[in-house]
Design a protein around this ligand. Structure first.
Ligand code: 2HA
Ligand code: ZN
Length: 426
């Protein structure tokens, strides 16, 4: 079978083209790679022609013998559907995990992306972290996310919480949260190393003033994660650009309920981080608000006084903000966020007791979620002892065995760098 007739190649090209049509790939910006399944390699390898082996600047033993479909350095995503054999290629990793060679595509002398190191090392990390299910790495340059990195502090928990505050879907799709790393030179080994450290904890890494680096099991998931994060960032930018004061956002307690009801395992440190630039929580105006520590409803008259507010008829809008009163309960202390931990698998959610029956006042439809104490059994992961940082992540060090990981023995990423490995691969 021809490479371009396969489902994986067609899917890969569609992901790249979707990124182009979304405006995430100016000029030659962005790159992507897919770790092929053995049966996919078998289907197409008769059409391979091999080139000389090239030394990698790192050892990636757990990727030995793997094949990757990958974008070419300098290729414009807008050209991928039109000229896939020049803008894409397949590379093979040798049996020692120290060399690669081209075996398909890269027509007219093109070569793999300048971010090859980031792709290979991070494939290794994600392969271990997901017990082999992760296959795609997708890097794009979405504008709203880059804009957000200009104004939101580069603290991963704050950044995650700010994204989650905008759009519920973002917490669902990106439940492990994002990691924001420091600015690094594009295509550098340092960028690969910093991304790999972050990818031990999450599949979504933010490169400030540059872009998004996402790992996923398939192309739909990779594009979906990038889309959800960029959409939340876009909402953040639009909401702040309109110049009106914020009056609402997804609260900590909303996230606790969401995590519990969908078994999301949202990490405590992300849920309780303060969203940046969010609405200040207005003073509780009802017993229910006080009991649940939810943002009080802002009186409609107050909203209507805001500059640029819609002039809704006050009578009908006032009817929408009536909240049922419930008996006040003592407010609960907010748990301290846990310090940064290596993330274990999310804990299963404890079955929740049936909520106490509500008072008999008529309930608005949106209040179908019962009122209950919020902090009894949150569906969070439990903190685990912090493992030592793997030595292998230090740049310019002598090669030595990988020492620690959150993964079970045998599944660890084992990449390590050669001393003074600094130059780009292409
Ligand atoms: O130009 O996006 O990060 C390709 C890139 C480098
Ligand atoms: Zn880039």
């Amino acid at each position: 079978m021809k490479v371009l007739d396969t489902e994986f190649a067609r899917d890969f090209i569609r992901m790249c083209n979707d990124g182009w049509t979304f405006g995430w790939h100016e000029a030659n910006g962005g790159n992507a790679s897919y770790r092929m399944r053995p049966e996919e390699v078998a289907e197409v390898r008769t059409g391979f022609r091999t080139r000389p082996w090239v030394r990698i600047e790192a050892e990636i033993p757990t990727l030995a013998g793997e094949f990757f479909l990958i974008t070419a350095a300098g290729s414009h995503f807008r050209n991928i559907t039109h000229d896939p054999k020049r803008t894409l290629g397949i590379i093979e990793i040798d049996r020692t995990g120290t060399c690669w060679r081209e075996c398909w595509g890269f027509k007219d002398g093109t070569h793999p992306t300048s971010e090859l190191m980031s792709h290979l090392i991070n494939h290794e990390v994600r392969k271990a972290a997901t017990h082999g299910t992760s296959r795609v790495i997708y890097h794009c340059h979405p504008a709203s996310l880059a804009a957000m990195t200009c104004v939101v502090p580069h603290d991963s928990a704050v950044f995650t919480r700010t994204l989650w505050a905008q759009l519920a879907e973002c917490a669902l799709i990106c439940r492990e949260g994002v990691e924001v790393i420091g600015w690094e030179v594009p295509g550098s080994v340092d960028l690969a190393i910093e991304s790999a450290k972050a990818m031990e904890h999450t599949s979504v890494v933010i490169w400030p003033h540059h872009g998004l680096f996402v790992a996923a099991d398939d192309m739909d998931e990779a594009f979906g994660k990038a889309h959800a994060v960029e959409k939340a960032a876009d909402i953040f930018c639009k909401a702040h650009a309109c110049g009106l004061p914020g009056v609402s956002q997804i609260t900590d307690q909303d996230l606790v309920r969401f995590s519990r009801e969908y078994d999301l395992g949202l990490a405590r440190r992300n849920v309780y981080a303060k969203p940046y630039g969010g609405a200040e929580r207005p003073k509780a105006s009802s017993a229910r608000d006080a009991a649940n520590d939810r943002p009080a409803t802002v009186p409609m008259e107050e909203i209507l006084r805001l500059p640029g507010a819609f002039s809704l008829p006050v009578a009908s809008s006032a009817a929408q903000v009536v909240e049922p009163e419930v008996a006040p309960t003592p407010s609960q202390p907010q748990p301290e966020p846990t310090p940064l931990q290596s993330r274990p698998e999310p804990m299963p959610v404890q079955p929740q007791p049936e909520p106490a029956p509500m008072p008999t006042q008529p309930q608005p439809e949106s209040a179908s979620v019962p009122v209950q104490p919020m902090f009894e059994q949150p569906a969070f992961e439990q903190p685990q002892p912090q493992p030592a940082q793997p030595q292998s992540m230090q740049p310019n060090m002598q090669p030595q065995p990988h020492t620690a990981s959150t993964q079970p023995a045998g599944a660890q990423p084992a990449y390590r760098f050669y001393p003074k490995a600094r130059s780009r691969t292409s």
